[in-house]
Design a protein around this ligand. Structure first.
Ligand SMILES: [Mg+2]
Length: 173
């Protein structure tokens, strides 16, 4: 199913770079808002920098895949030296496919991590890369995200009645 995540984990900050490297992962693609950075930003920025370094040490690239503009994403990520693809058009697979081409990656070498089923997970599944759903870092969302959350609740309900309940693991399994 397009909306069902392949993996679930509490937060992107519980990824274990060495374990991913052993599984042949060469890149972690990630959503920005509420996945890598909290809405109010500052506190999680240090964690984001550390994650980038830890992944890098394991030979894994961190690339942000965002629907926002180059200007907005660059302003946030350039100071940390984090690569990104802007105007990704999630839930379309456009941005992820651009990332695969740009960094010469195979689909099975990439995980796409995000906090929204309808944008992040759907885009990953359509693109054919491993999808990882995380809990949003903070509960408050922009108005358009709140609409997605409403539909997500319905989808999570459908998962439960079809025996595919989504539960969050502490670490990737
Ligand atoms: Mg998000």
């Amino acid at each position: 199913m397009w909306l069902h995540p392949r993996y679930t984990i509490d937060t992107i900050y519980h990824l274990k770079p060495d374990q991913l490297a052993k599984q042949g992962i060469k890149a972690v693609f990630s959503d920005l808002d509420n996945t890598l950075l909290a809405w109010n930003e500052a506190e999680t920025a240090q964690e984001m920098k550390q994650l980038k370094q830890d992944l890098q040490a394991a030979g894994i690239r961190l690339v942000v895949i965002s629907n926002n503009s180059d200007e907005r994403v660059g302003k946030v990520l350039d100071p940390w030296g984090i690569e990104f693809i802007a105007h990704a058009r999630k839930p379309l697979p456009t941005g992820i496919m651009r990332g695969l081409r740009k960094f010469h990656l195979q689909k099975d070498q990439v995980l796409m991590v995000g906090d929204q089923l309808i944008t992040d997970i759907q885009a990953a599944n359509i693109a054919g890369v491993g999808s990882v759903l995380v809990k949003p870092l903070v509960e408050t969302d922009k108005w358009n995200t709140r609409i997605n959350r409403f539909f997500e609740k319905i989808i999570f309900g459908i998962f439960i009645v079809t025996g595919r309940r989504v539960t969050f693991e502490e670490h990737l399994k």
